[in-house]
Design a protein around this ligand. Structure first.
Ligand code: NAP
Ligand code: F7E
Length: 327
């Protein structure tokens, strides 16, 4: 039975990846941080077969302990402070977790393996935010990186450190440059879920309006369930490498609003959306769109859920959740 250790197991991708690996017969261990983390209970309820281990990416010894207990064949480093807007307010913390945390994870694997680094394959959750002020359209593995936020800068550090461990020690360390991916499990601070949750509440008469920032930004949005499949496929390759994972299509926040509101029968949402400068970013990433050709060719990976279906899936899920909260 193959064994996997996942950091960031309580996040959106950690849950989908756990489901995927458990379905393939893996023994799955997940690093859960903090004292009495409330997400541990949700994880235990939804995925009782996952074995939870206590640890934190900023604490090297906790990573070594987790590796020693899990003795994994594959390590997926998904843990991060992942909310871009928050990263300006907490740049040091973001750097400690999202940048240095990657070094800690790589170093822990190297120390754990000793002379035989071939025991463990490593996946790093890199991000399209690294492209920031884009130097090429669409973005591919070779596009120059120009991050625009402390989060993006931290991800660039983790990305290059992963490549460095591959080149320095021959570690099977791959980096997935994933574009935005969403699902009903997406945190409500991210714009897709913020919109689908609000649209559900507006449709049920629980709220009147939604307050947003920049409606012109464009993102390449895919379904998280598809994207964790690409992560796994990367670690099944003979050689470690870097891959862009994206749909190849970009849509604006306005289009997101169009699809989400239309799904509950609202064609004109102009009186339901308010813009607030508080949600604008100090440096915006205007448009991201990826070229997933390499992932398609080498991993045989293609996305299965398109933009409009993804948004409708999220609205439906939020409608169901909000109905359960009604008195
Ligand atoms: P997410 O839902 O925000 O989950 C982040 C996870 O990291 C959570 O489990 C969180 O734990 C954990 N974490 C935070 N600080 C930690 C620490 N100090 N030590 C250990 N774990 C810590 O993110 P996601 O959407 O699943 O994304 C997974 C990874 O892919 C992240 O690295 C993200 O930056 C990256 N990524 C995401 C996207 C996307 O569109 N979703 C795209 C590209 C890259 P708690 O639950 O306890 O907070
Ligand atoms: O913002 C605009 C905002 O926070 C998308 C993370 O998973 O994907 C994610 O980062 C866009 C931006 O995601 C609001 O200005 C407008 O242009 O949903 P988001 P993100 O910043 O693209 C990348 C690939 C990651 O790696 C990250 O971890 O939407 N926007 N109004 C808003 N965004 C938010 N959150 N809230 C608003 O009210």
């Amino acid at each position: 039975m193959p064994r996997a250790l996942i950091t960031g197991i309580t996040g959106q991708d950690g849950m989908y990846l756990s489901e995927l690996l458990l379905g393939k017969g893996y023994e799955v261990y997940g690093l859960v941080r903090g004292q009495n983390n409330p997400k541990a209970a949700t994880l235990a309820e939804e995925l009782p077969d996952v074995k939870q281990l206590t640890g934190d990416l900023t604490d090297l010894s906790s990573l070594l302990r987790a590796l020693s207990t899990a003795s994994p064949d594959e390590v997926y480093n998904l843990g991060a402070i992942s909310y871009v807007a928050y990263s300006w307010q907490n740049a040091h913390l973001t750097t400690e977790v999202t940048a240095q945390g990657v070094l800690n994870a790589l170093e822990a694997v190297r120390l754990h393996c000793g002379d035989d680094l071939s025991q463990v394959r490593f996946y790093q959750a890199s991000s399209s935010e690294m492209f920031g002020r884009v130097q090429e359209v669409p973005q591919r593995e070779t596009t120059l990186l120009w991050p625009r936020s402390p989060y993006g800068v931290a991800k660039v550090f983790g990305h290059y450190m992963t490549i460095n461990y591959r080149e320095s020690y021959g570690m099977h360390a791959s980096s997935g440059i994933l574009f935005n991916h969403e699902s009903p499990r997406r945190g409500p601070e991210f714009v897709t879920r913020k919109v689908t949750q609000a649209v559900a509440r507006i449709a049920l008469g629980q709220q009147d309006r939604i307050t947003l920032g920049n409606l012109e930004a464009r993102r390449d949005w895919g379904f998280a369930g598809d994207y964790v499949e690409a992560m796994w496929r990367m670690l099944q390759q003979d050689e470690a490498d870097d891959y862009v994972v994206a749909t190849g299509e970009a849509h604006s926040i306005r289009e997101l609003l169009d699809v989400a509101f239309a799904h509950v029968g609202v064609d004109d949402w102009s009186d339901k959306v308010v813009q607030d400068p508080a949600f604008f970013r100090p440096a915006e990433v205007d448009e991201l769109v990826g070229d997933p050709a390499k992932a398609k060719e080498r991993l045989g990976w293609t996305p299965t859920v398109g933009f409009a279906d993804l948004v409708r899936m999220m609205v439906d899920s939020d409608l169901e959740q909000q109905r359960q909260l009604l008195p």
